[in-house]
Design a protein. Structure first.
Lengths: 240, 230
């Protein structure tokens, strides 16, 4: 689905160096690593929110278009849920409908999809409540519903359960699995919680100091890591 | 103290009597200030949004200019507009000096930096974050910018209220470019100056109270709109 080759990102110094990374369709990926390792930067590069300095980006086998309109089309195939939940100062309904309206969906289609999604996330009774009055867990569920309303090919999640209570974490993880299974949405989730990555991801990528140290099937990363830094991190021995 | 009380009585009588001369001054004051703030809003909000969404290091110089103009003395603004519109000035052929249009131009000159600067500050608070979310949800540049404006509407309305307060109370600039001509360019503030100079303090205070009441009504409307956006 997404292939990154020789991607480099520099601010004052180089913060990310990806030699080769491939995200395949239909899988759930967990990106783990200490704080400041470059996980969020990688997610933002995939979502084309942060430009990279050099390298090759391919989406579904096609190179990154230089034309702005074509780029927007490509960007519309994916959605990113940010670590800090920010819902628009509007009703819950209008928040979920935002991406659909941006894509010019018809009113009846918007009504149907938003209604279905709110039911799926169990918040249909809050449809016309102001989004900024929701609790943290409710807001995050709406943020995910808003991101998947237009059924993106790729869903990018940046620490989607940070600061949530265990009940809401379970609900959101269930949502992610369900979306992946029923809608075949490829999920790339950044988390510093190794247990969460273990629970939910089929493939895990470990990033440390802007470099991809190791990637592979979840069991392999957790049971037989090749790199001692990966081993230290998944065993909770890496101090950061 | 008694003059102040007499001023209140005078203000009350002016309002009750619906004096045509007073109404003409009131309407001209409102027309000039409201048109000026509408123009400043139409120009200042997009520019403030654009600047607010750019990284601060890229707009530092422009920021300094805007902040300087935000504190521009009205008489200086009036003088600059006067020089432009006077017969020998570059826009003298338009014949706008001593007309309400010249007063509107002067007030735009004063309120535009305020609306722009305060919009920019308001947008900078959360605008980039909102823009990124909008873009990540598939919004194009225009929709993303509109979303930022919508989400920052409280700050933007605050900028408009401040801009309006500045122009409605302003006297120096409109005096210079308007000339305080009775029935033509006389507004509340210039009328107050005139009556004070004539020694009609009660009438001057009365006019001042009417001006404050008008300002209160317009600001209340804007404030209610702002509260509705919360």
């Amino acid at each position: 689905m997404v292939e990154l080759t020789d991607i480099r990102k520099k601010y004052d110094k180089e913060v990310l160096k990806v030699d080769k990374l491939l995200f395949q369709k239909g899988l759930i990926y967990g990106i783990i690593g200490p704080s400041g390792a470059g996980k969020s930067t990688l997610l933002r590069i995939i979502n084309l929110l942060t430009p990279f300095n050099s390298g090759t980006y391919q989406f579904m086998g096609r190179p990154l278009p230089s034309n702005g309109q074509e780029r927007l089309k490509l960007q519309r195939k994916m959605a990113l849920v940010f670590q800090k939940t920010l819902l628009f100062k509007d009703s819950v309904w209008n928040n979920v409908a935002y991406g659909l309206k941006a894509r010019g969906f018809s009113r009846s289609e918007i009504t149907q999809r938003v209604g279905e999604l709110l039911e799926q996330v169990g918040l249909q009774e809050l449809a016309f409540r102001r989004a900024d009055t929701l609790s943290g867990g409710e807001a995050q569920r709406i943020a995910i519903a808003r991101a998947v309303a237009f059924e993106p090919h790729l869903l990018l999640l940046d620490e989607p359960t940070a600061n949530l209570d265990p009940g809401n974490i379970e609900l959101i993880e269930k949502m992610i699995r369900q979306l992946n299974r029923t809608k075949s949405i490829t999920v790339v989730m950044v988390t510093h919680n190794v247990f969460q990555a273990h629970r939910i991801a089929q493939e895990v990528i470990f990033i440390h100091e802007g470099r991809i140290v190791e990637s592979g099937p979840t069991e392999q990363i957790f049971e037989e890591p090749l790199d001692p830094r990966t081993k230290a991190f998944v065993e909770g021995r890496m101090i950061y | 103290m008694s003059r102040l009380l007499e001023g209140f009585v005078e203000a009350f009588q002016l309002i009750i009597a619906l004096d045509p001369a007073l109404l003409q001054i009131v309407f001209l004051s409102l027309r000039v200030s409201i048109l000026a703030i509408i123009i400043s809003t139409l120009l200042g909000v997009p520019l403030g949004t654009l600047l607010g969404l750019k990284p601060e290091r890229k707009t530092r110089f422009v920021n300094k200019i805007i902040f300087t103009f935000m504190g521009m003395p009205p008489v200086v603004a009036g003088l600059v507009i006067y020089l432009f519109l006077s017969r020998q000035g570059p826009l003298g052929v338009l014949g706008l000096l001593y007309t309400p249009t010249a007063m509107i131009i002067a007030q735009v000159f004063l309120s535009f930096p305020i609306v722009t600067g305060l919009t920019m500050v308001g947008i900078r608070a959360k605008g980039s974050e909102v823009e990124e979310i909008a873009r990540s949800l598939g919004a194009g540049s225009a929709l993303a910018a509109w979303t930022v404006v919508r989400e920052s509407r409280i700050a933007i309305l605050g900028a408009i209220i401040t801009g309006f307060s500045r122009v409605v109370a302003e006297v120096g600039a409109v005096m210079i470019v308007g000339g305080n001509i009775a029935g033509h360019t006389r507004v509340m503030t210039t009328a107050i100056v005139l009556e004070t100079r004539r020694g009609n303090f009660e009438l001057a205070i009365g006019l001042g109270i009417v001006l404050l009441m008008l300002s209160f009504i317009v600001n209340s409307v804007l404030y209610n709109i702002q509260r509705g956006g919360e």
